[in-house]
Every structure is written in C-alpha cells, then in structure tokens.
Ligand binder design. Structure first.
Ligand code: HC1
Length: 574
C-alpha cells in the first residue's frame, strides 16, 4: 500500500488509488462534479482540484494517482478560490431559475455553490449559449440551459448502455449535448431507459412529469382511479424522505397512496406473479415442443425497444408476455372491471415505476386488452415523491398499511423482479416445480443473484440440463445477444433488464449524488430490500398466489389459454 499525507494527516491507500479515493478513506471529502466512477473519468470539470507538494499546478484529485510520501492539501485558499471560480464560470452560462427547477434541493451544482459559498452568481454575467428544449421523446425533456457539459449522460449512454445516441455537438462556446445532426432525441434509437437522467447532476434532464394528470384524475368524480406500484419503488422511495438507501417503505407507500385518494391501492408484484405463470408456461411449451430458444424475458421496455432497434433478427426469442405493468392494467380493465361492474373507459390506471421507459411502453401498440389503453399514466418514483409532498402527507409519520385485494396480493417471487436475476429466479421457482411435480427444497437460486452485469448458471431439472443467463445494462446484453447471433450460445432461458442492476437502479429512481454513487453500490443496497421482503413473505412462489389462482379459475382458464393470450400477451415491431 501507499503512505501519504492529506491535510497533514497520515493516510494509507491501496496502490493505484486516486487522491479522491485516498481522501475518502480518511473521511476527507473532495467535491466532484463530472466524475462518475468507472463511467466518466475524464477529469474535466476541475472542481476536485487539490494542491500537491512539488506540483506546478493544481491537480484533479479524481484522476491523479497517489504515491509514497506525497503531500496533499484539499482546502487551501488557492484550492477553494479555484473551485469558486469554476462554479462562477459554470453559472455564467447557466439558467439560474432555481426556485422552479425540478432539482432544487438535490442539484449537485446548487449544493456545491452553497458549500463553497458562491454568493455572487452573476459574477461573470455575459452571453449564454443559445439552447432549445428537446421534448421530442416520449419519456423525457432535455433543457440545455441547465446543462454543465459534464458528459455524465453521454458516458452512461455510450459505455454502460452501448447506445450512444447523445454526444457533444459543435465546439467551444457553442458546444451542447444532443443527438447527431441536431435531431430530437425522439427521432433517434434512444430506448428511453433514463439512465442519463439518473446521473445528471442538474435539472438539464428530467422525466416528462405527469403529476398534474394524476391529481386531476383523482379529483374527477367520474373516474375510478387505480394505482399499482412496481417492485423496486418500495426499495427507493424512502430516499426522497431522508431514509438511508436500502430502506423498505412498502407499508408507508401504501398508506400515502390511500391518503392521496386513489380508489384502489394495488401492487405490480401481483402481476409480476401473473407474468411468471404465463412466462414459465411459455418456456416449458417451447422446451417441450421445439419452440425458439433461448426464450428471453420481455418485462423491461427499454430492453424490448433495444431488441427492436438493434437486434430485430432475435425478436422471435422474446417472450410474448406483456410486462407486469401492462398485465396489471389489462387485468384491471377486464377481470377487475367485470367483477366490480365498472366501465373500463371510466377506469384510470396509474402506475408508479422506477422506470422512464414505462412512459413509452404504455403507448405501445397491442397494449389495450379492453379496447382502451391498459395503463393510462406511468409516473416515476421521483414523481410519486413529489406528489406525496405536494399533497402535504407527512410520509415519515405514516402508519404501515397493506395493499387492497385482490390485485394487491403477491408472493416473494413477484417482489424480487426488481433486482437483476429476480425474474429468472421467480420463473425457475415455478418452472422447476411444474416440470418435476415436486416441491423445491430451497427456493434461493443464489447463482443468478448479485449485481454482476452478466451471470450464467445451469440446473439439472428432471434429467434436463437447463442453462440460463442474466444480463443487466444494455452493453452487457449486447455481449449475450451477439453470442446468440454467432450461434455460440446454448442457453435455454435469458433474463435481460435494460438498467444496470435491474429496476432498482432504473432511470426513474431517486437521483443519488455522485459523491455517494462513487463509493456505495446503490444497486446492491436497494436489491437487498427486495430479497429481504421475499423471505418475509408467507408465500414465495407465484403459482401459490391465491389471487392468481382465483383469476385463472374464475376468468382466464389455464396459463397460455386463448383468453390469457388475448389479454396478457403482445407482439413486437420488426
Ligand atoms: Fe420493473 Fe417489472 S420488475 S420491469 O424492473 O417486470 O420498471 O421494479 O415494475 O412491468 O413487476 C420496472 C421494477 C417493474 C414490470 C415488474
């Protein structure tokens, strides 16, 4: 290891560590702005500058490696003045309407200005780079008047997702982030994953906000408003109310939704169980009848769009199952509507998702089982937090409540959908028991758990070797898909989620500042909530969900039935 001094304190750091990492080990915080560990390591913004003994200029702590005997100072007047100048210069080309900005309160630029005592935000007042708002995509808005050109969005799009539909256009003062040839994002092959929004430090990127539409629906006496919450929302919503990352707020979330005035507070976990019924049936059917293998999951709409754009030749591998979000809406407007004597036209189905691509998914063709859209409004975890605050609900003091019946009942298999590998594990629990006719001893398929981008496992089921793979993050998915294309893959079943780590790390989840992201694995912390929730459930296998059993007995018949196909399955666009 390396021994150095930071601010006069002896510090020990591993070889190859940067000054930023060494300082972190000694609980000395160095501010950063452009730096995102392993994603955007470009040392461009100069906020993290420090003084190093013997160096002629200030050095960027995020990039500069430590060495034995090094002496570093992180907050000398020279350092602080340099950071302040950098911020003043950024502000000179920045829309400063902080009062109305969606990120006010959790904007990394705003926080730095406060911390570094930048009180003269007009210091370098002058010309601004002209910009236009891009709202051409279904799920998000880019407002470059708030962009600080940190490149985090372009790095995540390019490196993590392997898509690269955004980049720096023009040069010098005219530089702006956008799509090639100045196209709107909606005209490109963007898959709506929203990872760019999740890493944006300012209000330059945000989801399209539908909170007003939700409140209007609730206030409309003609409407029956049903809400569903995705598995991962309960694992992250608490962060918006000051809870540590990795707190399960399922009960308070249900209580909050009830107080907001929804007619029914239901759970996407229910329809995740339903998806497993249909998908496990589809898998066994393909295995037994020589169908196209490997079967690939279809619940992540960013992934589905990616497959349509980039691997249309592999669309036959995609499961025809609608996603749980869509199955939920479809069942609400058919089975539930009939049961309750409700006109599907009068039902407004609102979904709360950790995902921005879900906003795009609700408008896809072939997603309207009752002749009206299955889901009407998809909002993100962040939008739900805004709504709770707007409604004056004291979230922290809420009691723990449960979901309504019948579309609120779920098993542990449904809740783990939100973590990478969870859909696979849930499907295996049902598929293995169906194939063998025996009860599984252990329900934990540990091999497919964890946050690695690609996981592989094989299981011996009834003498048949079942090979599975799990990928999250689209650059990882591409590796597996190219293997299939080359004819080198002998998997039977593959789970793909667009976002790295799965939905817990979706583009609609609370934004975590880079200073936290760079040192904590938020994916693992949130996933832990779901696996704990799973073990606390009385039932942990989708096929044991009594409300699902009833839905089949009363309405759908068998998994894979003609009626189930009409309501719960969909098609893709080549
Ligand atoms: Fe997901 Fe899914 S798990 S896609 O990640 O299959 O968004 O959480 O709701 O639909 O259930 C997201 C999460 C979510 C669907 C389910």
């Amino acid at each position: 290891s390396i021994r150095l001094k930071i601010n006069g304190i002896e510090v020990e750091a591993p070889k190859g560590a940067t000054i930023l990492e060494a300082a972190h080990l000694a609980d000395i915080q160095i501010p950063t702005l452009c730096f995102l560990k392993e994603i955007n390591e470009i040392g461009a913004c100069r906020i993290c500058v420090v003084e190093v003994k013997g160096a002629k200029t200030l050095v960027a702590a995020c990039m500069h490696p430590v060495s034995n005997g090094m002496e570093v100072w992180t907050n000398t007047p020279k350092v602080l003045e340099s950071r302040r100048k950098t911020l003043q210069l950024l502000l000179s080309n920045h829309d400063r309407k902080c009062l109305s900005c969606v990120r006010s309160g959790n904007c990394e630029l705003q926080n730095l200005c406060r911390e570094l005592n930048v009180t003269d935000e007009t210091y370098y007042e002058g010309e601004r780079t002209p910009s236009e708002i891009d709202d051409s995509a279904a799920h998000m808005i880019r407002d470059n008047s708030k962009c600080i050109l940190c490149r985090r969005c372009t790095a995540v799009c390019d490196k993590v997702q392997g898509i690269g539909v955004i980049g720096a256009n023009e040069r010098g003062f005219s530089t702006y982030i956008g799509s090639p040839y100045g196209m709107g994002l909606g005209e490109t092959s963007c898959v709506s994953c929203g990872q760019c929004i999740a890493v944006c430090p300012t209000g330059a990127l945000q989801e399209k906000d539908y909170t007003d539409q939700v409140l209007a629906a609730i206030a409309d006496p003609e409407k029956y408003v049903v809400v569903q919450t995705a598995p991962s929302v309960r694992a992250a919503l608490g962060e918006e109310f000051g809870y540590p990352i990795g707190t399960d707020v399922e009960g308070k979330m249900a209580a909050a939704l009830r107080r907001m005035g929804f007619d029914k507070v239901f759970d996407t976990d229910f329809s995740a169980d339903l998806t497993i019924m249909e998908e496990a049936h589809e898998f066994l059917n393909r295995v037994q009848n020589g169908g196209v293998l490997p079967l690939i999951t279809s619940c992540s709409p960013g992934w589905v769009k990616y497959c349509e754009h980039y691997f249309p030749d592999l669309l036959d591998h995609l499961s025809s199952c609608k996603s749980p979000q869509q199955m939920f809406g479809a069942v609400t407007k058919t089975y539930f509507a009939e049961k309750m004597g409700l006109d599907p036209e009068k039902i407004v189905c609102v979904s709360v998702m950790p995902c921005t691509a879900k906003k795009f998914e609700i408008g896809r063709p072939d997603q309207s089982a009752a002749g009206v859209p299955d889901v009407d409004i998809a909002i993100t975890t962040r939008e739900l937090a805004r709504l709770i605050k707007r409604c004056g609900i004291n979230f922290v003091n809420l009691p723990e409540e449960t979901f309504d019946d019948p579309l609120g009942e779920s098993t542990g298999a449904g809740v783990i959908f939100g973590a990478t590998g969870g859909v696979m594990e849930a499907a295996l629990r049902t598929a293995v028991e169906t194939l063998t006719g025996e009860t599984l001893g252990s329900l934990d398929f540990e091999e497919v758990r964890g946050t690695e981008g690609i996981k592989e496992a094989s299981y011996l089921v009834n003498g048949l070797e079942v090979k599975v793979a799990v990928a999250s993050g689209l650059a990882n998915a591409r590796e597996i898909l190219e293997k299939i294309r080359r004819g080198e893959a002998d998997y039977h079943f593959i789970e793909i989620m667009a976002c790295p780590g799965g939905c817990v790390n979706g583009g609609g989840q609370p934004q975590v500042p880079a200073e936290v992201r760079n040192f904590q694995d938020i994916r693992a912390l949130r996933a832990k909530v779901l696996y704990q929730n799973d073990t606390q459930k009385a039932l942990r296998k989708s096929h044991e969900n009594p409300s699902i059993q009833k839905l089949y007995a009363e309405y759908l018949g068998e998994p894979g039935s003609h009626k189930a196909h009409k309501i719960l399955h969909t098609s893709y666009i080549k």
